[in-house]
Design a binder for this molecule. Structure first.
Ligand code: PHE
Length: 448
């Protein structure tokens, strides 16, 4: 299968950083803490961890394995593991590329907001107060322009291909993100009020548990691990054969979950620190004010308490958010781009502009119809498309793909794989247990 001229990640670490770069993004630092805060804290955290471990990780292995075996774009890779069901492979590949594009269309809007909060404080420090207020406010023009800037950044990286674009930037940017994050958590936890947030985050109150919460936690787990929309499949296709897939997938999942956990340690306590400083975080009915933009009111309020250091840390934080978003958005754009380059035999540099342009137009449509479309696109892509497509990929790996080929592919980079516990459990697990579990999660809220 392998095509020797095809681009590859240049090292195993480069791959892990790129795949972790795809996984770690707004989902960890904006999505997870916001959802945890609105869904009872610890109960959401625990449900989320169970979802990652029990459902998302096994499916991540399936998606990566299909990608590495196919060593091609996702449509081709899916067809190569199910040659007799060509239509199924193409349909799942196309649905995946539409899903990845849909996710990018709302992702670029949120990443744009972070961009505004990065530039805003710098402008206000040099006296351009009204420009700063415009960047941090919520207007149609501001949302459009910032989204456009972020899409442009994404296009520029993807234009340069795998090793020179994606790998190089992910490897440089991810380590910086980790260090800054730890510094911020340590500072936040020493502030007055932080302990209330910590309690909410770590001490479960089971009255918050509901079947709907399980669907949200499942969607969040799939979103965070970038599963189901062929991003991991396309990254897997650039992975060298000497990498041990279950182990690599576990490393990616651990890094991703670790960052989400630490983001919760930062944001939930920061909410209460902000509240102590006079920021309103709950409305009169006791609900969190405007979940989506929570992070944008809470964090700047906390940076304000830090004096001059706060300005620097604030700028660094929002810069890193843009970076984390960028290492994810490039993986989304790579899905349709790799399909179009290889299927239509077109040049990457041209294709990137066309596809990036089309997705930007769709983003603009969302911005014009923000109240109706924004939440809807998020729900459809992350709560439905990602889990369902992820499951279909696992079912293809479990039921359709020739078992010897699966074993052979997974044994590359891990010669004793056939004797491992993983191999004893995983095939039956993705064939039978995963579909049952997922059906339960989806059906439970309907029958309650
Ligand atoms: N995992 C990314 C995040 O947490 C989002 C993402 C979803 C990336 C799907 C690629 C595909 O922000």
């Amino acid at each position: 299968m392998a095509n020797s001229n095809r681009a590859q990640f240049s090292s195993r670490l480069g791959f892990i950083l790129a795949a972790a770069g795809s996984a770690v993004g707004l989902g960890n630092i904006w999505g997870f803490p916001t959802q945890a805060a609105s869904n009872g804290g610890a109960v959401f955290l625990i449900t989320y961890l169970v979802m990652v471990f029990v459902l998302a990780y096994p499916l991540l292995v399936a998606e990566l394995t299909i990608g590495r075996y196919g060593a091609s774009n996702p449509i081709r890779s899916l067809i190569s593991v199910a040659p007799k069901q060509k239509a199924l492979g193409s349909a799942v590949g196309i649905a995946g590329l539409l899903g990845a594009s849909g996710i990018l269309s709302f992702y670029a809007i949120v990443a744009g907001w972070f961009f505004g909060f990065l530039i805003g404080p710098v402008l206000s420090a040099i006296g351009l107060e009204s420009a700063a207020a415009w960047l941090e406010g919520f207007s149609l023009e501001r949302n459009l322009i910032l989204m456009g800037v972020f899409m442009l950044l994404t296009i520029m990286v993807v234009k340069n291909g795998v090793a020179d674009g994606i790998e190089k930037w992910s490897s440089r940017l991810m380590p910086v993100l980790f260090v800054l994050f730890i510094v911020m958590v340590v500072y936040t936890l020493t502030q007055p009020g932080a302990i209330d947030g910590l309690k909410m985050y770590l001490v479960p109150d089971t009255s918050h548990f509901s079947p709907d919460l399980m669907v949200s936690a499942m969607g969040q787990a799939f979103f965070s691990l970038s599963i189901g929309v062929c991003t991991m499949m396309v990254y897997g296709s650039y992975l060298r054969k000497d990498a041990n897939l279950p182990k690599t997938a576990a490393q990616v999942a651990l890094v991703d979950t670790g960052v989400a956990f630490v983001a919760g340690l930062l944001i939930l306590p920061a909410m209460f620190v902000a509240q102590k400083n006079g920021v309103q975080i709950y409305n009169d009915a006791g609900a969190l004010i405007d979940g989506d933009t929570l992070v944008f009111s809470v964090l700047p309020a906390m940076f304000d308490t830090m004096g001059f250091a706060g300005i620097i840390i604030g700028v660094a934080f929002f810069a890193l958010m843009v970076i984390a978003a960028l290492t994810s958005s490039i993986s989304m754009l790579e899905v349709p781009v790799s399909c179009a380059c290889e299927e239509l035999k077109k040049d990457r540099k041209t294709v990137v502009w066309w596809i990036g342009g089309a997705i930007s137009l769709f983003s603009a449509l969302i911005i014009f119809n923000f109240n109706t479309m924004f939440g809807l696109v998020i729900t459809v892509t992350t709560e439905y498309m990602q889990p369902i497509l992820g499951l279909i990929m696992a079912l293809i790996a479990g039921w359709i793909w020739n078992r010897n080929q699966v074993l052979e592919e997974l044994s590359q980079g891990y010669p004793e794989f056939g004797q491992s516990k993983f191999w004893k459990v995983w095939p039956a697990y993705v064939r039978i247990v995963c579909p049952i579990l997922m059906a339960m999660v989806f059906l439970w809220p309907m029958i309650k």
